[in-house]
Structures are given as structure tokens and as C-alpha cells.
Ligand binder design. Structure first.
Ligand code: ASP
Length: 325
């Protein structure tokens, strides 16, 4: 029988009603008590390093979770993390960079309704996740609403429905149907897992809106080493901000020109407003990567190196299906 470590971190799945609204309350033992069927196919140990609404999750928690998995890696066949849905896609992407090439499944899940509610999706999601963690296919992924999504490709696209997550610019990697895992994308696993232990959290996103004050660039630049500008369509920079880009380049900031359109990604080569800045400032672009992956990958890359060429190389090296270009 497979041996799984359940890592509970809070979120709606573990929430109970309070006078001020839902708040995480249940212990991992209580969560497991709601899915007794799991006992028939796996043996589960459980820990609870955090008990947070995932609104409160930050990069220090990603490092803590990665370390916990590293310390327990040899003892278990797979890992299931229960996590709030609001920042789950960021955590899944961050863990995809911090734990690369994992030959053991690392599954993140959550729910739209607390596990004790009658019409909850939590019991199914938890059971599906434990089942998937027992499967031989590996990597960091999200199991939610019977979809299995690569950890770098998920986005929360619905705030209330049970199918809260979509796989962006990439197919689901598998599905849990009844009690079986149907895999669509083969897992390519080469060599031992690689754990990294640092992130540069000085990464920010600046979303362009028509008329955004130019001073926003200098303010954001002062607070970060890596700036992701979420521009429009396939990507471009309005004429009024070119001076601001000059200043960011002179200050040695790493600038990524992304798109705020969720599907199909960037291509700065298409329009003059994109091409002229990409060449002049050696901007990076995410192509088909999600914003969640772009943010966490940049934190991971800038945590490894400050060398411009190495930053480019690492940023454009695909990890856990994040980039197809
Ligand atoms: N606010 C909750 C959280 O992210 C929402 C959820 O879990 O669905 O922790």
C-alpha cells in the first residue's frame, strides 16, 4: 500500500463557520476522517505546518512547504497538500520551481465549500488527490474537480463554481474518472529531484490601464529587482512610458513584458509597440506562461543568479510544462 504525507495548510476545505465568516479550523485528522474510503488504497500520515486562509500565503510559506517535502521525500510515495483556492495556483507554480523533476507526485488540492458542508466538493477533491498521489505518474500538479492540471498551468478562473481551476494554454495532464486516473500527457522524468532553497521576493506586477500615471513605473521599480508589466494583447508599451523603461534599464531591473489576456500568451514581435522595446531593452516575455508561473519563476530565477544572460537562460528553460514556445 502506498504511503502518503498529507500536508494541511488551511483554506476553505478546512473551514468552519465563525461569527465573522469562514475561517480555517479543522485538523488534518478531521479532514482524513471525512474520507474513510482512502483507507482502502493508501496509508496516510498528516501534518499541519500552517492553518491559514490562503489570502495570507506568501513566499516564505512556499519555502517552508518545499523544505517539509524535501525532509520527508525519502519516507513517502507521494504528497497531498490541502490549500486554500485563492492563491493555490501561485503555490503550485512556486513548488514546481522549488522542487523540479520530482519522481513522486506532489498534489495540491482544496475546495470551494468546507468539507463538513453537505453539498461540498471537498471530499471528492481530497479522495481524488490521494488516489492520484498513489499513481505512478509524477510532478507537481493540482487535482480539482476531477481535473489534473500541471502545477505551472493552473489559474483560478471561477470564484464560486466547483470547476474553479482551468489549465491555461495547455491541456489537463490527466483526469480522475470514478476511481481511475486517465493520463493524457506522459510524464517525462529525468534524473533525481532538484530542490532549491531561495527565492528573490523583490518581484512585482504592474498592470497597464489606459492613462496609468508614468510615475507608477518608478515607484514599482524602487520596490523590486524584477518587474512584470502586464500590458495589452500580444504585448506592447505605450509611447508615453518609453522614458520610464530607460530608467528601469539603467537601474539594472529585469523587466518582463507580459499580457493581461489570460489565453494564448504574448508575442512581442508582432507590433511595432512591442518589437521596438523588446530589442532596445532586451525585455523578457512569458510567451504562453501564466502570470502565476511568470511571477514565481522570476522569483526563483532571481534567487539563483544576478547575471543577465543566466537570467535569460533560466527564464526560458521549460520547467514542469510551463513554457512551450
Ligand atoms: N479564501 C479561501 C482561501 O483561499 C478560499 C478557498 O479556499 O476556496 O483560503
Amino acid at each position: 500500500m502506498k504511503h502518503i504525507l498529507l500536508i494541511a495548510t488551511g483554506g476553505t476545505i478546512a473551514c468552519a463557520k465563525t461569527q465573522d465568516g469562514l475561517a480555517p479550523a479543522l485538523s488534518p485528522g478531521q479532514l482524513l476522517g471525512r474520507v474513510p474510503d482512502a483507507r482502502s488504497f493508501c496509508q496516510v500520515d498528516a501534518v499541519q505546518p500552517l492553518n491559514l486562509d490562503s489570502t495570507n500565503i506568501n513566499p516564505s510559506h512556499w519555502l517552508l512547504l518545499a523544505k517539509l517535502i524535501e525532509e520527508n521525500y525519502s519516507r513517502y510515495d507521494g504528497f497531498v497538500l490541502c490549500h486554500g483556492t485563492d492563491t493555490l495556483a501561485y503555490s503550485a507554480a512556486a513548488l514546481s520551481y522549488l522542487i523540479q523533476n520530482t519522481g513522486k507526485p506532489i498534489v495540491l488540492t482544496g475546495a470551494q465549500k468546507p468539507i463538513d458542508q453537505e453539498d461540498t466538493d471537498a471530499r471528492q477533491n481530497l479522495l481524488d488527490s490521494l488516489r492520484y498521489a498513489c499513481h505512478q505518474d509524477s510532478g507537481v500538479c493540482i487535482v480539482f474537480g476531477s481535473h489534473v492540471i500541471a502545477g505551472t498551468r493552473a489559474k483560478k478562473t471561477r470564484t464560486k463554481s466547483y470547476n474553479a481551476f482551468s489549465s491555461i494554454n495547455f491541456p489537463d495532464i490527466a483526469e480522475v474518472r470514478d476511481r481511475r486516473v486517465v493520463r493524457f500527457i506522459p510524464w517525462e522524468h529525468q534524473g533525481p529531484p532538484q530542490f532549491t532553497h531561495s527565492l528573490n521576493t523583490r518581484v512585482m506586477v504592474l498592470k497597464l490601464t489606459p492613462g496609468l500615471p508614468p510615475e507608477a513605473f518608478a515607484s514599482a521599480g524602487a520596490l523590486c529587482d524584477g518587474l512584470i508589466i502586464e500590458s495589452y494583447g500580444v504585448g506592447g508599451i505605450p509611447d508615453t512610458y518609453l522614458f520610464q523603461l530607460d530608467a528601469l534599464a539603467r537601474a539594472g531591473k529585469t523587466v518582463v513584458l507580459a499580457t493581461q489576456v489570460p489565453q494564448e500568451g504574448s508575442d512581442l514581435s508582432v507590433y511595432q509597440v512591442g518589437q521596438r522595446v523588446k530589442e532596445r531593452y532586451r525585455l523578457l516575455e512569458p510567451y504562453d506562461m501564466t502570470l502565476e508561473s511568470t511571477v514565481t519563476k522570476l522569483m526563483w530565477v532571481l534567487g539563483q543568479t544576478q547575471d543577465g544572460e543566466e537570467i535569460r537562460r533560466l527564464f526560458y528553460t521549460p520547467v514542469n510544462y510551463d513554457l512551450l514556445f
